[in-house]
Ligand binder design. Structure first.
Ligand code: FAD
Length: 269
């Protein structure tokens, strides 16, 4: 399919992107294009103006920032997968990024595009929610910080305002953990994904593809804090979740996968 006609502007700075977003209600930012362009080709998205931020190198970085690691929104999945700062201080994010799609997707797709797109099946949103990450957005009124716990508001929906650009993501240092993903083929989205991390002595667990947004498995976290074994804690992985059925899996199969993957992830911590 061929997308509907659109205008194209390349933003030279974040401020210019914000200003361009203000000019046209139907404008959309373009980062790696690996979610937006397929939607346009299917005509599920018909932006009248594409604002290309893909070459804003100021948003492509990973740096040690005191007690946190700061990640530019235009960092690509492949950047995260091999970043030495993340490998030492927050390897779970590298591990998840390295499991996204195939090499082509990982070399074009960005962390900012992934979380702004907010596909409930995407991997990085779950990891950021599990890490209690902070997301920094810049709009016409300046910058604000959005906790990951309030960022994902629904399937393909976030707390970002129409004229805001996601610029940076901050994750805690010293978070040790794992991300396990079950997919039908190597390059597929997660049928179910599980992130489990230990941060400041606490165990935090998140789920992919088990509801309309990335979810925290709070019943599992409570069980672990109360001294439950990985098996007993994992038995509570489906409390409060509502997995959908589709061509990849029934809701019951997703629930089974979640319990198995949570147990395995907890055993690895
Ligand atoms: P784009 O497509 O450029 O943009 C996506 C959306 O985010 C658009 O609405 C855009 O306006 C908005 N946006 C982009 N950047 C910003 C910003 N800085 N601030 C505000 N809004 C912004 N993902 C997974 O998690 N796991 C997988 O296994 C997986 N497999 C894939 C396989 C294939 C074949 C493909 C094509 C994609 C796959 N993806 C997967 C999705 C991939 O990770 C995308 O690259 C990612 O979701 C979107 O990033 P992008 O930079 O390409 O964003």
């Amino acid at each position: 399919m061929i997308p509907a006609a659109f205008d194209y502007e390349r933003a030279g700075s974040v401020d210019e992107a914000v200003e361009l977003l203000g000019r046209d209600e139907e404008a959309r930012l373009l980062a790696g294009g690996h979610s937006l362009l397929p939607l346009m080709r299917l005509r599920f998205a018909r932006p009248s103006l594409l604002i290309d931020i893909g070459r804003l190198d100021e948003l492509r970085f990973v740096r040690d920032d005191g007690d946190r690691i700061a990640i530019g929104a235009l960092s690509r999945h492949a950047d995260l997968a091999r970043d030495p700062v993340l490998a030492g201080q927050c390897a779970v994010l590298s591990l998840a990024a390295g499991q996204i799609g195939d090499p082509q997707v990982r070399h074009r797709g960005t962390i900012g595009g992934s979380v702004a797109h907010a596909d409930p099946a995407s991997d990085l949103g779950t990891v950021l929610l599990t890490l209690d990450a902070e997301l920094i957005a810049r709009g016409p009124d300046g910058e604000r910080t959005i906790p990951a716990s309030s960022f994902f508001t629904g399937p393909f929906d976030t707390a970002l305002e129409r004229q805001e650009v996601l610029t940076e993501i901050r994750v805690p240092k010293g978070a040790h953990g794992t991300y396990l993903k079950f997919a039908r083929r190597a390059q597929d989205w997660a049928t179910v994904g599980v992130a489990a991390v230990r941060v400041d002595g606490r165990v935090q667990v998140g789920l992919t593809s088990m509801g309309a947004t990335p979810l925290r498995a709070t019943a599992v976290e409570e069980a672990v804090a109360g001294g439950a074994s990985p098996g007993d804690a994992a038995a509570r992985a489906t409390e409060g979740v509502s997995p959908r059925g589709d061509a990849a899996a029934s809701p019951e199969y997703r629930a089974h996968l979640a319990r198995v993957l949570v147990r395995r992830a907890l055993e690895q911590l």
